[in-house]
Design a protein around this ligand. Structure first.
Ligand code: IMP
Ligand code: MG
Length: 371
């Protein structure tokens, strides 16, 4: 579930369970390292309140708990001017101190902590952070205990906020960076000219055309892990599970990560596949923008295919009743998808009768008007 805080969108990133596991791991390590020493745990407010609370509840031995408060973040960028707001009142001489941080980003806060503790004659100063962004960290201070390493993207939840919101969430969400893509699902009955139009759209909008049939043939021919897996089902006469297909498509999307968008052709075919495709798009911080279906009257399709059959030599293009069945099957299969996308206001039927250029113009009209 995507959430919105102020003007920004965030997607689920780390579950409450994963956080809990990480906290337990840290507790175990620290308890083991400190032995019978009674440590002073110092939480850095505000962000660490939830982590410190869960941490000390799990801590198996006696300990002291206190907090200090520093201010650093404005919005989503770490600022340089961190100030110490509420300092230490407690005597820490000869104590083992473990700083509990919710997150270490640039390391600016670490600099302040070390500055503050420089004049304290602690026996030991250890740094423990639940989340750590290695790509962002610019300091050399040793981080003794790290819960979860994360990419350099802004997160909220479990104590962490975006301008005051999100601290109360029991799980962590990551910012959705909106790289704008135009992602289309293209449909058309046999003979509608889908291949021709896909070729045009690909050129005009610089999209990557993903034909599921081609992707399957490519993976099987090149004996990729997924290709071999798919083949094992096909050889048994079984349907390839959606998960295998979607993983192949995900790999194609991954290969073309800089693309302006994708044209999906031959997929999805079921409700479940449409949902899986939506999830794949969400994982890319994107979405399917439209299902475009070329609409052509049955009689016109039959005429076109029979005409093609005269020269193509494809036996299924030569027989009128076979052609009619293929068309009927297309409508049976796509009705459910038409509903699926129409429910999201993403279904666009485009008149597929006319010259190639005229149809192309109609398609461009739809795409140029997508939000
Ligand atoms: P640093 O000083 O750059 O290491 O940043 C540390 C402080 O910035 C943390 O204590 C947080 O308050 C805040 N911060 C850093 N990254 C994030 C984030 O992804 N979400 C929310 N707050 C963050
Ligand atoms: Mg903090």
């Amino acid at each position: 579930m995507i959430i919105k805080l102020h003007d920004l969108y965030f997607k689920p990133f780390i579950t409450a369970q994963e956080i809990d596991d990480a906290v337990s791991r840290m507790v175990n390590q620290i308890a083991e390292d400190l032995g019978d020493e009674i440590p002073v745990f110092i939480g850095i407010l505000n962000g660490s309140f939830m982590f410190v609370s869960d941490f000390v509840k799990k801590y198996p031995k006696p300990c002291e708990v206190t907090f200090i408060k520093l201010a650093s973040y404005e919005g989503v960028k770490s600022t340089e001017d961190i100030q110490r707001l509420i300092g230490l009142t407690q005597d820490l001489s000869d104590r083992t101190v473990v700083v509990l941080e919710d997150i270490i980003d640039t390391g600016g806060t670490m600099y302040e902590i070390h500055r503050i503790f420089k004049n304290q004659s602690t026996k030991n100063l250890k740094i423990a952070t639940l989340f750590y962004k290695p790509e962002a960290y610019k300091k050399d201070y040793k981080l003794h205990y790290i819960g979860i390493e994360i990419p350099n993207k802004f997160i909220v939840g479990y104590g962490l906020d975006y301008d005051g919101l999100g601290r109360d969430l029991p799980e962590v969400y990551q910012i959705k960076t909106t790289q704008y893509m135009t992602n289309l699902v293209l449909f058309g009955p046999p003979g509608a000219g889908k291949g021709t139009q896909a070729e045009f759209l690909k050129q005009k909008y610089n999209l990557v055309h993903i034909s599921t049939g081609d992707v399957f043939r490519y993976n099987i021919k090149n004996e990729t892990a997924l290709g071999k897996l798919a083949k094992s089902f096909i050889d048994r006469g079984a349907l390839v599970p959606d998960e295998v297909t979607i993983n192949m498509l995900a790999a194609e999307v991954e290969k073309n990560s800089g693309a302006n968008g994708f044209i999906f052709d031959g997929f999805p075919r079921t409700d479940a596949q449409a949902k899986a495709l939506d999830n794949l798009m969400i994982s890319k911080d994107s979405q399917i923008n439209a299902m475009i279906a070329l609409e052509v009257d049955d009689q016109v399709l039959v005429g076109r295919l029979l005409e093609r059959g005269k020269t193509s030599g494809r036996p299924d293009d030569a027989d009128e009743s076979i052609i009619k069945n293929r068309i009927k099957e297309y409508y049976n299969k796509t009705a459910i998808l038409k509903e699926y996308y129409a429910a999201q206001d993403k279904y666009y039927g485009v008149d597929g009768v006319g010259t190639i250029e005229a149809i192309t113009q109609r398609l461009a009209g739809v795409i140029d008007n997508l939000k």
